[in-house]
Design a protein around this ligand. Structure first.
Ligand SMILES: [Zn+2]
Length: 394
């Protein structure tokens, strides 16, 4: 079968299409999944462009891809799953450290040891191949009606994990959130905006994409407000800058913008990975508000921050910061439900988000900067054609 792999080269890793044997289910709870499509995100960009993948120990290559939509071809007798069902799969696998309470209790998205593996990212083959074998405990069935957008379940699960954490934290107070601010308008920012709109929140997205970009138009289509960031600040110091007098106070323009528009968010979602925004946005939060940081950056920049002011904001106004990575099965299941709500409320919007449909052979040379919003690799023709809404599984 064909698969996209990252492979050890003589001086650096490289990405290529390889011929691999079709994996064979061995356990009674194993399933064989025929892959329909695989979404690509910022992590894949780093793997393909920056050779970021961590290969399994002793392996020379690793299949990439972690946003799966497939159809179950064979289901083991103890899998509880059925041939013909659509499915996706969790990404992270637990560590083997007996001291890691989170992994021992099936919460590997909260792994404490850091020794977890992630399919297609870190130490385990991913899903960008024609077939995948997976244990049923990591497989999440998807209703056939979700076929056109089922490949978005994994990224949506990231948003859902934050929603569930906010709900837990905010049990501390009678809370009626009205306004959400999202920084960043990539696929995660768009899914977050859609999520906030399905929750009935006034939703503002602040991002560097142009006012006339596809991202901006998708955001407006769901009734959110799009605001183009004219000034990205540029005040974060470069990696090479020594600490000291050259450190500057940060200002990205976000604060001035929000104050001029009288936007006072109860929830801020940092989805851009532009680190200074997280610190600056703390001051914008309403009392008892939550800042959730989803965007990640692999840099090592430094920033001069008004720490006393931030201390006062956090303590005197009960503000909370949540960092969040990966997701659990429950988040996948909620994500499936939420995507259906989005499709009901904003028909076709999810489909419009998947702007770049690719074949496997295009992935090694893919220029991620040319992707309008979201790239999805279709295997064996379009998954959208294979499964039209309402079809019975084949
Ligand atoms: Zn662990």
């Amino acid at each position: 079968m064909k698969a996209v792999v990252i492979r050890n080269g003589t001086d650096r890793q490289y990405v290529t299409v390889a011929d691999l044997p079709v994996p064979i289910p061995t356990g009674r709870d194993d399933v064989l999944i025929r892959v329909l499509s695989v979404g690509l995100d910022g992590t894949d960009r780093e793997i393909v462009r920056d050779r970021y993948g961590v290969l399994p120990e002793g392996a020379e290559q690793m299949v990439i891809g972690h946003e799966l939509l497939g159809v179950i071809e064979q289901a083991g007798p103890e899998s509880g799953l059925t041939r013909g069902e659509l499915a996706t799969a969790l990404v992270r696998r637990p560590c083997g450290d007996a001291a890691c309470a989170a992994c021992r209790h099936g919460q590997q998205d909260y792994c404490q040891s850091g020794a977890y593996t992630e399919r297609g990212i870190r130490g385990a083959d991913g899903f960008l191949s024609e077939y995948v074998v997976e244990q049923a405990r990591y497989v999440v069935p998807i209703p056939a009606v979700c076929a056109p957008y089922g490949v978005l379940v994994e990224p949506q699960s990231i948003v859902e994990k934050v929603c569930s954490q906010i709900a837990i934290v905010q049990q501390r107070v009678k809370w009626e959130p009205r306004t959400a601010l999202i920084t960043g308008s990539g696929p995660l920012g768009i899914l977050t905006a859609l999520t906030c709109r399905t929750m009935g929140l006034d939703t503002h997205v602040w991002s560097r994409s142009g006012d006339d970009s596809v991202n901006a138009s998708l955001i407006r289509r769901c009734g959110a407000f799009y605001h183009e960031a004219k000034d990205d600040g540029g005040t974060a110091l470069p990696d090479t800058q020594p600490p000291g007098a050259e450190d500057r106070h940060f200002t990205s323009g976000l604060q001035q913008f929000a104050e001029s528009q009288d936007i006072r968010p109860d929830i801020i979602w940092e989805c851009s990975g532009h680190t200074p925004l997280a610190f600056e946005s703390i001051q914008l939060l309403n009392p008892n508000g939550v800042l959730a940081i989803l965007g990640v950056t692999s840099g090592s920049r430094r920033l001069h921050i008004p720490c006393d002011l931030l201390n006062q904001e956090m303590v005197l106004k009960n503000k909370c910061i949540i960092g969040s990575v990966n997701a659990s099965r429950a988040d996948f299941v909620t994500g499936i439900r939420r995507l259906q709500e989005m499709e009901r409320d904003f028909p076709g919007l999810l489909d419009s988000m998947m702007t770049d449909r690719l074949a496997m052979a295009q992935v090694p040379e893919l220029d991620f900067s040319s992707v309008a919003v979201k790239a999805v690799v279709d295997l064996a023709g379009s998954a959208r054609q294979a499964y039209k809404a309402g079809d019975e599984p084949i």
